[in-house]
Design a protein around this ligand. Structure first.
Ligand SMILES: Nc1nc2[nH]cc(C(=O)O)c2c(=O)[nH]1
Ligand code: SF4
Ligand SMILES: [Mg+2]
Length: 289
């Protein structure tokens, strides 16, 4: 059977043509007239990119916001609310990329947790590298590793989720009831997994500089540094402070406004890289940008 992948609704973005090369009637969510956006986070920030967002995640993240309130996973359509997902043949994804890639040299595979679909995903990544001159970034929570998949990836963007992201009764009470029910109903794997993260780092260290990784921590401020060390950094080796990305919690301007400067201060104190989310600055909290 031909390999296929579950993507979110409009899971290849931003695009202006379909798999047959026909112009789509809707302009992309970016509001721009052409396909593509920029990588909004991490070491390749600003790089012109096409995104492929896979559906499904093995975690259910939810954080407390400083000063009150909670912030749940910013891509619910790929984690606990997957009602609109779509099955794509790898061939269709490849053709859609072909008609939208233009001069872009970077494809970001994200989710959800894309490695859940590792069997078909390695086929997609193999084909992307074979047919196009692209670098591939994978955005992963670092709970699963597949050696063959890793061979096709250039940048591992690992965002380990710590105990402060676990769902609790207290947090659930602060969500609208419908959303709370969906979050509560979904199972979540224990996290983080330092042994898995180490496998990613080792692949990079053994790649003659061809592959790189980043460890991107969702943070509210200095209150997170103890668990970053105790739950992850103390258990892994082969990283430098500049591989550690301190990313402010928040999927919209309002929440980012409460966390950004606190996280910036902490990043500077530790020699870590501050990780802005520039797609949210540029386009807001819409999906598909
Ligand atoms: N422009 C843009 N950059 C991103 N970097 C990581 C993203 C993600 O959702 O994984 C993302 C995204 O959704 N859009
Ligand atoms: S790991 Fe990422 S995609 Fe999965 S629930 Fe957490 S924030 Fe959402
Ligand atoms: Mg994200």
């Amino acid at each position: 059977m031909a390999a296929s992948l579950l993507l979110v609704n409009n899971g290849i973005f931003p695009i202006t043509r379909d798999a047959e090369g026909k112009l789509l009637t809707d302009v992309p969510a970016t509001g721009l007239q052409h396909p593509g956006t920029i990588q909004g986070e991490g070491k390749l920030v600003g790089t012109a990119s096409l995104f492929i967002r896979l559906s499904g995640c093995n975690l259910r993240c939810m954080w407390n916001i400083p000063g009150g309130g909670v912030s749940a996973c910013d891509t619910p359509d790929s984690s606990f609310d997957v009602s609109k997902n779509q099955l794509w043949k790898v061939d269709e994804i490849i053709e859609t990329v072909r008609h939208n890639l233009g001069d872009m040299c970077h494809v970001v595979i994200t989710g959800g947790e894309p490695t859940i679909q590792h069997r078909s995903l390695k086929e997609l990544c193999r084909r992307l590298k074979e047919e196009f001159d692209v670098l591939i970034t994978i955005e992963t929570n670092g709970t699963l590793f597949d050696e063959e998949l890793a061979r096709h990836i250039d940048l591992f963007s690992i965002s380990p989720k710590l105990s402060d992201s676990l769902v609790t009764e207290e947090k659930l009470k602060q969500l609208p009831q419908q959303l709370a029910e969906k979050v509560a109903a979904a199972p979540s794997q224990k996290t983080p997994c330092p042994d898995v993260i180490q496998q990613y780092i080792d692949v990079c260290l053994n790649s003659n500089g061809e592959k790189d990784f980043q460890l991107k921590f969702v943070m509210s401020g200095s209150e997170n540094t103890e668990s970053i060390h105790e739950e992850v950094l103390n258990h892994i080796s082969g990283w430098k402070p500049s591989d550690i990305l301190a990313m402010p919690l928040g999927g919209n301007h309002q929440t980012l406004g409460k966390t950004s400067l606190r996280v910036l201060e902490t990043a500077i104190q530790h020699g870590w890289r501050y990780c802005p989310r520039i797609h949210i600055d540029l386009f807001g909290d819409k999906p598909g940008v």
